[in-house]
Design a protein around this ligand. Structure first.
Ligand SMILES: C[S@@+](CC[C@H](N)C(=O)[O-])C[C@H]1O[C@@H](n2cnc3c(N)ncnc32)[C@H](O)[C@@H]1O
Length: 249
């Protein structure tokens, strides 16, 4: 398991990202499917909750971050796999693939998204579904990623931890930001950097079509409200169509 000094992101992830409406949305989907793959499963909360709720089938969580996966492995009744979907290459094994917690936004180019979608399509059984969300650029979430919107959480030893975001740049849909952790475990603030891509619904749909998906459902909020220009989320449930528009599998 990671310690505070080495991996503040993993250690405090669950405290910062408490169970919420998005988790309820995905949990309903997981419970309605037989074999499920959670890409970018992080600390494993979704599949652990599904198992605890009585899901009887195959549940697989995949994540490339060893510190996140080490926390997921606390739940021994779920299969945890380290790595990237393209490298693991599941083949026709799942009724549902989910990618929750805005994992989609770590894919920074169209080619990376195409690669990911293609690998998801390969992992699905015929008739399978793929559910994921990305933040709608129209809602400009990055404007709220400022220190005054920081979060105070309790660390794993009961210590107070302050987490703040700062945006360094917003260029062509790529938002570069820092996440700063302050607490008694660190003599100096710990700063983690990330880049997230903001993609429009039209771009998402074009990439899905290119890789052989059709959109089954589109929502703008976790209560299945309609998607609008300023909805916070672009929530998509897709399924493999008859064949990819470009011939890619
Ligand atoms: C914001 S967390 C989301 C975790 C979890 N899905 C949730 O809903 O809480 C993003 C996760 O995506 C993972 N990740 C980063 N790059 C990835 C990739 N290329 N493929 C799959 N997962 C990735 C990270 O390691 C991290 O655990």
């Amino acid at each position: 398991m990671p310690d505070d000094a080495s991996d503040p992101y993993a250690t405090h992830y669950d405290a910062i990202n408490e169970w919420g409406p998005s988790d309820d949305f995905y949990l309903d989907l997981v419970l309605s499917a037989d074999a499920v793959l959670d890409v970018g499963c992080g600390t494993g909360a979704l599949l652990a909750a599904a198992r605890a709720a009585g899901h009887p089938g195959r549940l697989v969580g995949l994540d490339p971050d060893p510190a996140m996966l080490a926390l997921a492995r606390r739940y021994a009744d779920v299969e945890w796999v380290a790595g990237h979907l393209g490298a693991v290459a599941f083949d026709g094994e799942f009724d549902l693939v989910v990618m929750a917690g805005h994992v989609f936004q770590v894919f920074l180019t169209d080619d990376e998204v195409r690669g990911q979608f293609t690998a998801v399509r390969r992992a699905l059984r015929p008739g399978g579904r793929y559910a994921f969300e990305t933040r709608n650029p129209g809602a400009r979430a990055w404007e709220r990623w400022t220190p005054e919107h920081g979060t105070d959480v309790v660390g794993e030893h009961g210590e107070p931890v302050r987490v703040e975001h700062r945006v360094e740049s917003v260029v062509d849909g790529l938002v570069r930001l820092s996440e700063t952790y302050r607490g008694p475990d660190w003599p100096e603030p710990r700063v983690e950097w990330a880049t997230l891509r903001f993609t429009t619904a039209e771009q998402v749909d074009a990439l899905l079509a290119e890789t052989g998906f059709e959109v089954l459902e589109r929502h703008g909020s976790w209560d299945r409200g309609p998607f609008t220009a300023t909805s916070r989320e672009i929530i998509t449930i897709a399924r493999p169509g008859p064949r990819p528009a470009t011939g890619r599998r």
